[in-house]
Design a protein around this ligand. Structure first.
Ligand code: SF4
Length: 917
């Protein structure tokens, strides 16, 4: 080809599909005409650019890691490094398959994880220790050396111990499953310095309190592969397309396996578009729907009679006069049913006080309907309680069509196995325990619990540390009894100016709180009531940004604390409002392990690079803090402190020795191996082996879990009870729907019941709804450039078009949302999918990100439910993250008005770019 004209001629011929002279046969790709001697690029002088692209796909090394943002994903990723820079990540996609009959876990990930390499180098990254140089939150800092920062922190903690007591130092970190070694680094330090360790699962309201109440477990759910086994999946307040991105496919694929999918949610969200039946329920009325369905099931004899007789407390006898269970004389924990076979009372096997360690009936036939002048059954009481929940009344309460409710009730009772996927949408209500219990009743009546493809499966928070035994031994080496454990909801409520003015049975909540503390049901630290907490150490968490009652906390607790320390890899709201910020390594710069309730594998974090800038892994920060505490104690010649509560002479010059297990734990990998080796689930695995690929758990710890890990089968809980007839972990040894504790009786909650949301509807007409969203994991990635580009990039409040009209609000206006607790100013989006009389903002926006005033938690407050303060009742006892008041946040009402930015606002918008959508 001699010139450009010839080249164009050739191109035209090729486009026409003509045979080109000199080319090979027509069945070969005609573009080959452009190669070889015809290659037009051959003479082109500037070829370097091609290499640029090739080099983009080269790397020096690949390292396996993951993310610990409490997403429940626990996805394995390969991170690619070139020239000492992490350039991209790719899903590792090597989870071993459970069975050819189940979809697998590969590839696994979400769009946040896919850009973490960008995030770690972002402007929010903390690079060196910082000490506050202005007011808290003002953003004025001075750089410090590690030595200076740690000396300051260690000195202050020791001052507090000797002057005010060790229980004035408080420690807060969350969700050990997502990185247990990093969690334990701080919890060990807390234990050896006598500090207070706060709960998180109940505080974040991830805990479904109905599970400890009914089943005596914190939470147990099937792994997500088991969704595929279901024939009827109910997404009840769970938006899996947004919040379970790696796992949503199991539900959608279940439809190819014959499943029908029902969605129950006030708004038409991105999961509801996939459902066969969508129930657009009025917010907060879910328990009414569940109890209506329960009544339908009982009225139409659609319940599983043998299962109900054996597995639930419904046949147990109750004294009609006292409403208390009939108990064996002198006993609090032995119960009876009426045996239809013998016509006599029969002691129910398997209760906490029973000699029999089985619930097998061995020929007895509990009479569900027995009633005489003195006693009746829980089942009969349940029928009375359910009487008002007719389909008509439920339709009125929930705003649903009667025919839809009936269809749902009938299908739920008749399609097996059926499961409920339960999410934060329901669990964040004040009466979450009643909602949980009402829904659990449905799967119990229909015999779906304990079966693959069935059950009540709650996914909020990455709560499951599968290798629990080893983890506990590493995190609290002296045992839980030698650790000050504290429910965080109660701690924050009592140490801030947040006051709930509702009356409960005519009494303020303080009445119940004081009773509970006095009875020893709930702990409160500091023990001396005239003391206030002095120091708060936060790591792996964003306490302030996520706290209910934000405005109250800022005005009170935050002012009372003398020292706030935050370990963090990014400048989040808590870091911004701290005194000392210690730069932590990111997920890709440390070693740890990860597990989740969503799957049955363990896999590692590996150090892809050494910690960037002047950061250190949390583990090393606490190691160095332990060394520093020992050094300061020695320099000050501190005599051992006698910790009366535990009769423990604490010699702080030995802090590091204790923390490191006398030198046994030299590296985070030592901690990981200790956890793996100390747990039946992972016994025999090593951290080194995990680097090859994720490994499925081998067997379970019977102390901790309620089913076996079976080869070829997805994990589902409660097979020990349903198949092997082991007692449930409750007072009665059965799934316990009747709670005859005096406080439950006082509030008429001995059985599940529907109670309206707790709010002042006349004054503020809109529910304030702050669900988990797609573009962040809580507050992580809220400030990530790529995520912000996928949305409007600023906090957005959603409103229904009709409601917008009544307030003269148009899309993208500035609005002020307010109530008596506080207010914020943000942009608004008019959204037809939003429910009327409700406003929504996906949660997690940092206070400094795009609000003209306040933050998304400004209108919220802490409300403690009296019955969640109960203790001393069989399985209902305080344990960290198992039982205690939840920091619920749905029962909040607000109003909204259009907001006109002031001149100062406009200046701020120009200066910071706030509100530029
Ligand atoms: S952020 Fe969570 S869900 Fe997303 S890829 Fe990482 S581990 Fe998976």
């Amino acid at each position: 080809m001699k010139n450009r004209r010839d080249f164009l001629k050739l191109g035209a011929l090729a486009a026409l599909g003509a045979s080109i002279p000199g080319c090979r046969k027509a069945d070969q790709p005609q573009l080959e005409a452009f190669t070889g001697p015809l290659d037009p690029l051959r003479a082109y002088p500037y070829r370097g650019w091609e290499d640029l692209y090739r080099k983009q796909w080269t790397w020096d090394k690949v390292v396996r890691s993951t993310h610990s943002a409490n997403c429940t994903g626990s996805c394995s990723w390969n991170v690619y490094v070139r020239n000492g820079v992490m350039i991209r990540e790719e899903q590792a996609a090597d989870y071993p398959r459970i069975s050819a009959d189940l979809p697998d876990y590969n590839p696994r990930g979400c769009q946040k994880g896919a850009c973490f390499t960008e995030y770690v180098y972002g402007p929010q990254r903390l690079r060196s220790p910082l000490i506050r140089a202005g007011e808290r939150g003002e953003g004025k800092w001075r750089k410090a050396t590690w030595d200076e920062a740690l000396t300051m922190v260690a000195g202050k903690l020791l001052d507090n111990i000797y002057q005010y007591g060790p229980d004035t130092n408080t420690f807060f970190s969350v969700i050990p499953a997502m990185s247990p070694v990093s969690f334990a680094a701080g919890s060990r330090f807390a234990q050896y310095t006598g500090g207070v360790f706060c709960s998180f699962y109940d505080w974040y309201c991830d805990l479904p309190p109905g599970e400890p109440l009914t089943w005596g477990v914190q939470t147990e759910s099937c792994e997500c592969a088991d969704w595929f086994n279901s024939k009827y999946i109910v997404l009840w307040g769970s938006n899996i397309s947004q919040t379970r991105i790696p796992d949503a496919h199991f539900a959608w694929e279940a439809r190819y396996n014959g499943a029908k999918i029902v969605g129950i949610s006030p708004d038409f969200n991105s999961s509801m578009v996939h459902t066969d039946l969508f129930l657009s329920i009025q917010p907060g009325t879910d328990a009414a729907l569940a109890l209506g369905v329960a009544k339908y099931i009982i009225d139409n004899n659609l319940y599983d009679t043998p299962y109900v007789k054996e597995q639930t407390d419904l046949p147990l006898l109750v004294d009609k006069r006292t409403n208390l269970f009939i108990r064996a004389e002198g006993s609090t924990d032995r119960f009876f049913f009426h045996d239809a076979k013998t016509g006599k009372r029969h002691e129910a096997p398997g209760s906490m006080g029973s000699k029999e360690k089985t619930i097998a009936l061995n020929g007895a036939d509990p009479d569900l309907h027995y009633s005489d002048g003195e006693v009746t059954t829980v089942f009969e009481l349940m029928k009375q309680k359910l009487a008002p929940y007719t389909l008509e009344s439920v339709a009125q309460t929930t705003g649903l069509a009667l025919s839809d409710i009936e269809q749902f009730a009938h299908e739920f009772a008749t399609r097996k196995p059926a499961m409920i996927i339960h999410g934060a949408g329901l669990n964040h209500w004040f009466h979450n325990d009643l909602i949980n219990r009402s829904l659990i009743l449905l799967v119990a009546l229909t015999g779906n619990t304990g079966k693959n493809g069935g059950g009540f499966n709650h996914y909020v928070g990455q709560e499951r540390v599968w290798p629990e035994r080893g983890f506990k031994a590493y995190a609290f080496p002296e045992g839980a009894k030698k650790q000050r454990m504290q429910n965080m909801t109660l701690w924050t409520y009592l140490h801030s100016s947040n006051k709930d003015h509702h009356l409960y049975n005519g009494k303020p909540i303080e009445h119940y709180i004081e009773e509970s503390i006095k009875n020893g049901w709930m702990p409160l630290y500091p023990k001396k009531r005239d003391q206030k907490p002095r120091a708060l150490i936060v790591w792996r968490a964003n306490y302030l940004n996520q706290a209910k009652g934000n405005e109250y906390i800022l005005k009170s607790l935050w002012k009372d604390l003398d020292l706030i320390v935050d370990l963090n890899y990014r400048m989040d709201t808590t870091a911004l409002f701290s005194d000392v910020v210690l730069p932590a390594a990111s997920y890709y710069e440390k070693s740890d392990i990860s597990t989740t309730d969503c799957h049955s594998y363990v896999h590692p974090f590996n150090k892809v690079l050494d910690p960037l800038y002047d950061s250190k892994p949390d583990w090393e920060i606490f190691r160095d803090l332990a060394k520093k505490a020992a050094q300061v104690a020695a320099e000050r010649k501190l005599a051992p402190y006698h910790d009366q509560q535990f009769d423990w002479h604490r010699d702080f010059t030995k802090t590091y020795e204790l923390w490191s297990g006398n030198g046994k734990f030299q590296q985070p990998e030592d901690g990981a191996n200790f956890i793996l080796d100390g747990s039946p689930e992972t016994k025999g695995m090593t951290f080194e082996q995990l680097k090859q690929h994720p490994q499925r758990f081998k067997k379970i710890d019977e102390e901790a879990w309620n089913s076996e890990i079976k080869e070829g089968q997805a994990y589902t809980p409660f097979q020990h009870q349903v198949e092997s007839k082991r007692p449930w972990r409750t007072l009665t040894g059965r799934q316990q729907f009747y709670l005859d504790h005096p406080w439950f009786l006082e509030f008429g909650e001995q059985l599940p019941v529907y109670k309206e949301p707790l709010s002042d509807s006349a004054k503020y007409p809109f529910f304030w709804n702050t669900p988990h969203g797609r573009w962040s994991i809580h507050s992580t990635w809220r400030d990530a450039r790529y995520q912000l580009r996928l949305q409007r990039g600023i906090p957005i409040c959603y409103i229904h078009p009709e409601d917008a009209k009544t307030r003269n609000i148009q899309d993208n206006d500035w609005v002020k949302v307010f109530n008596d607790n506080g207010s914020f100013v943000s942009k608004v989006q008019v959204l037809p999918g939003e429910k009327r009389k409700r406003l929504t903002m996906y949660h997690g926006w940092e206070r400094y990100l795009g609000f003209l005033q306040g933050g998304w938690q400004s209108p919220s407050m802490i409300k403690i439910k009296p019955t969640q303060l109960v203790g001393g009742y069989g399985h209902v006892v305080f344990k960290l993250n198992y039982w205690g008041p939840t920091g619920n946040n749905r029962d909040v009402r607000v109003d909204i008005v259009k907001y006109t930015p002031t001149a100062a606002d406009l200046q701020a918008i120009r200066r910071t770019g706030k509100g530029k959508a």
